[in-house]
Design a protein around this ligand. Sequence first.
Ligand code: ATP
Ligand code: MG
Length: 351
Amino acid sequence: MSEKAEKIILTGDRPSGKLHIGHYVGSLRQRVELQDSGEFKKIYIMIADTQALTDNFANPDKVRASVTEVALDYLSVGLDPNKCTIFIQSQVPELTELTMYYMNLVSIARVERNPTVKAEIAQKNFGEGVPCGFVCYPVSQTSDITAFKATTVPTGEDQKPMLEQAREIVRKFNEIYGPTLVEPDILLASNKACLRLPGTDGHAKMSKSLGNCIYLSDDADTIREKIMSMYTDPTHVKVSDPGHIEGNTVFTYLDAFSRPEHFERYNIGFANLDEMKEQYKKGGLGDVKVKRFLNDIIQEELQPIRERREEYAKDIPALYDMLKKGCETAREAASQTLAEVKHAMKIDYFG
Ligand code: ATP
Ligand code: MG
């Protein structure tokens, strides 16, 4: 078998809102490159509505509307339904069935130890207690990955513990029931600033649920306003003051977005980002100038995405046709794996 015949991608996003530039640099941008690389036999992109419902169960309208938004975001960044299968998690019931079987292979203590789940529980203020479905969503994520025999899962850094948990479940399954499932690898963005892009408020992670995002669909004025009021270095009061780069969100965004050609194109007076950072550290470079430069770069990147999005939004029935086809293709693949799982577990009573 060739390399290509073996490599399969599964990745996705929760429809808990529109996608933002954290998703873009942490995952979407790389997904499009992987899609166009021709290195993968199959690419599955999942809109994780079942997972979004674990903490948005009382908000079905929001989840439903966000499915449309996320699908539009996908097409607008360049994901191509002819090259990848875009589908909706809840429409592939085989995934839910797999979750039930995998649930036996994980202890309650283990799911509760997952650091990302822990941090999210602390952040979400679940009034009436944490839903079982929420604590167990990493198990359901294991179903999503293994159902498609994914070898490669491109995600942001917050998903590392999910992948570890998936690998543990796969190993345990294969040990008990015989070799059936494929152990997946995480694929992180190579640029460190993109692993977990901070929010515009300086919070460690830009997140739909925290409202500190620049959305791919934001208009030019909104983007400018958000950038101009971004968190920088609180000790950098006067332009002449020495400034800090570490923890300075504006510079983290420049790390994630700027390319060598931007320095010439926008005539910023520095040959590259290192020179600009040096000047900021010494003093004599104001936040407004840095923010204006960042704004130019982000506007340049987001404008074509926003324009494509507006075009796709004109034909929502076509968008749903594409999703329906994706769901059918995904079901075929997942039901094959489910049959193999049931056979391995000796619950294939009727052949
Ligand atoms: P929610 O707050 O509802 O969990 P989210 O903004 O965290 O939403 P997800 O749908 O959970 O978004 O994440 C989808 C993908 O985007 C994952 O691979 C995740 O690692 C990545 N991602 C999310 N936020 C960021 C970020 N700020 N920087 C880099 N990658 C991110
Ligand atoms: Mg998340």
